[in-house]
Design a protein around this ligand. Structure first.
Ligand code: ATP
Ligand code: MG
Length: 246
């Protein structure tokens, strides 16, 4: 099952991704994909990353004879993708990383596209934390996901932006079985106007993810946590996880 998190900057994509990965990894080995060149999912998971796609690309640029003549660089990396993965007990982590030089994002994006074909379907659960904004959607780096979680802050602008991202996903034909809107970091209740707007945007389900002091404190201290399941955020997370199953 591919679960992709999408949304504008700073809304909680990596926070929700990390909580999802940690919860799902209690059941199965999970592939966590940090598809943000400015990656920090690994920090939120407490995983010390040993390699990235961008890093291997830089190595190849420095030593081009690593790659047989009959092969493109993308093909070579796709074949050696396990080399750049960080494998822990329950979580396998693939980090896109930041390549050096011009035009390189296309390169890492292309490798990621290969991964969708070959690597990602091998896992029962793959959680993909995308970079902020539209880039990955518009370039179809993400060709499909079983579940797309559009994360928003609790503002009208935020929710409408999530709606536009979902529309873009439709326009570029990114297939998904379920599209969820997660309005995150909510203090108190959301307003009726925001709820109405959220419900009007065509998502299969709308979640309200409360502001959580455990998350805020862990972010401040740089700690890795499982949000307790008896907090409002923990309960929302549990409901979200239950709903992921078909
Ligand atoms: N429910 C929540 N309660 C408290 N703090 C939260 C909550 N969700 C996110 N945060 C905090 O908001 C900040 C941004 O979250 P996060 O890094 O997950 O966003 P992001 O969408 O991944 O950002 P980026 O676009 O930069 O990748 C972090 O400091 C995080 O701890
Ligand atoms: Mg992030």
């Amino acid at each position: 099952m591919i679960i992709a998190l999408v949304g504008k900057g700073g809304v909680g994509k990596s926070t929700i991704s990390s909580q999802l990965v940690r919860a799902l990894s209690k059941k199965e080995i999970v592939l966590a994909v940090d598809a943000d060149p400015n990656s920090n999912l690994c920090d939120k998971l407490g995983i010390e990353v040993t390699g990235t796609i961008g890093g291997l690309r830089n190595e190849i640029v420095a030593h081009p004879d690593m790659v047989p003549e009959s092969m493109s660089k993308q093909e070579y990396i796709s074949l050696h993708i396990r080399q750049v993965m960080t494998e822990t007990d329950r979580i396998d982590m693939l980090v896109m990383g930041r390549p050096e030089g011009e035009g390189c994002y296309c390169f890492t994006n292309d490798v990621l596209k290969h991964c969708f074909r070959d690597l990602i379907p091998k896992y029962k659960y793959a959680v993909i934390d995308n970079e902020a904004g539209m880039e990955h959607l518009s370039r179809r780096v993400l060709p499909r996901a079983d579940i797309m979680i559009f994360v928003s802050d609790p503002t009208m602008v935020g929710v409408r932006t999530a709606g536009r991202l979902a529309k873009l996903a439709d326009e570029v034909h990114i297939e998904s079985d379920k599209r969820i809107l997660a309005i995150n970091n909510v203090s108190g209740e959301i307003s009726d106007a925001l709820r109405q707007e959220a419900l009007s945007l065509g998502f299969d389900k709308v979640y309200v993810m409360p502001h959580d002091e455990f998350i805020a404190k862990a972010a401040m201290d740089g700690n890795v946590i499982d949000v307790p399941s008896d907090t409002p955020f923990g309960r929302a997370m549990e409901e979200l996880i239950t709903d992921l199953e078909p």
